[in-house]
Write a protein that binds this ligand. Structure first.
Ligand SMILES: C[S@@+](CC[C@H](N)C(=O)[O-])C[C@H]1O[C@@H](n2cnc3c(N)ncnc32)[C@H](O)[C@@H]1O
Length: 221
């Protein structure tokens, strides 16, 4: 199959399974107008991640990497009325735009955008001894994913699920001699998950608008 066929197949599936949503469309439009990088997850991936959050009945969600709030909105829409979400972003412009998109969609009562470096913000949440989160979506600087994983373990409970985006990278993940630091971090993360009896994990490979990639879903035992 060609990349064009992947793209068209994803468009077809999104057309059937991801009904138009003005809040999500607005977030993408604002992001484009502000010249933010178009590195948000695709609509079908948004549905996949929010579907997983719904399956675990997530009431408390933590995201790393807000960008313009697109994936945050997908996730916020799965929250019950008394649910809450924290999304962490270190770029001040991205954080302002994400907060604005979240407010415009009416979720600012449930979703907090925390501006700052994710490692520091996660450490703060651990120090604050916050109630465990049910679902995590990690979509920022992959070379720090092992640190994020360790923090998420401290912020979770048995049954919580952590999803890491971009763990396949066109199959580069199987290249054990890679000099790419992000891929090496993913390899280390996969080794940790595979070798742990505290967690269980699986990778969902994806093809589509974002090429060949995948998400690692980790469940705390
Ligand atoms: C791939 S984008 C997130 C896309 C978003 N999850 C979506 O699908 O709509 C990654 C974001 O993570 C942010 N980021 C990168 N490194 C970070 C760090 N160390 N701490 C917090 N945010 C970071 C970037 O500024 C960027 O906005």
């Amino acid at each position: 199959m060609t990349a064009e066929a992947w793209f068209e197949t994803e468009e077809f599936l999104s057309g059937l399974l991801c009904p138009p949503d003005p809040d999500l469309a607005r977030a993408l439009h604002v992001s484009e107008q502000a010249d933010l990088p178009a590195i948000n997850i695709s609509p079908l991936q948004g549905k996949q991640v929010s579907f997983l959050a719904k399956m675990v009945g997530a009431r408390r969600i933590l995201e790393v990497g807000s960008l313009a709030g697109y994936s945050a909105l997908w996730l916020a829409k799965t929250l019950p009325q008394d649910g809450c979400m924290v999304t962490i972003e270190n770029n001040p412009l991205h954080a302002v735009i994400a907060a604005d998109n979240i407010k415009a969609a009416g979720f600012d009562d449930r979703v907090e955008v925390r501006l700052g470096n994710a490692s520091e913000q996660l450490a703060l949440l651990v120090a604050e001894k916050v109630e465990p989160f049910d679902f995590f979506f990690i979509d920022a600087d992959e070379h720090n994913n092992v640190t994020y994983f360790e923090s998420c373990l401290q912020l979770s409970r048995p049954g919580s699920v952590i999803v890491f985006d971009n763990v396949v990278r066109s199959g580069e993940v199987r290249n054990l001699g890679t000099s790419n630091g992000a891929v090496r971090a993913t390899q280390r993360l996969l080794e940790l998950v595979g070798g742990s009896d505290r967690v269980d994990g699986v990778v969902f490979q994806t093809v589509g608008k974002r090429g060949h990639d995948g998400m690692l879903a980790v469940r705390i035992c």
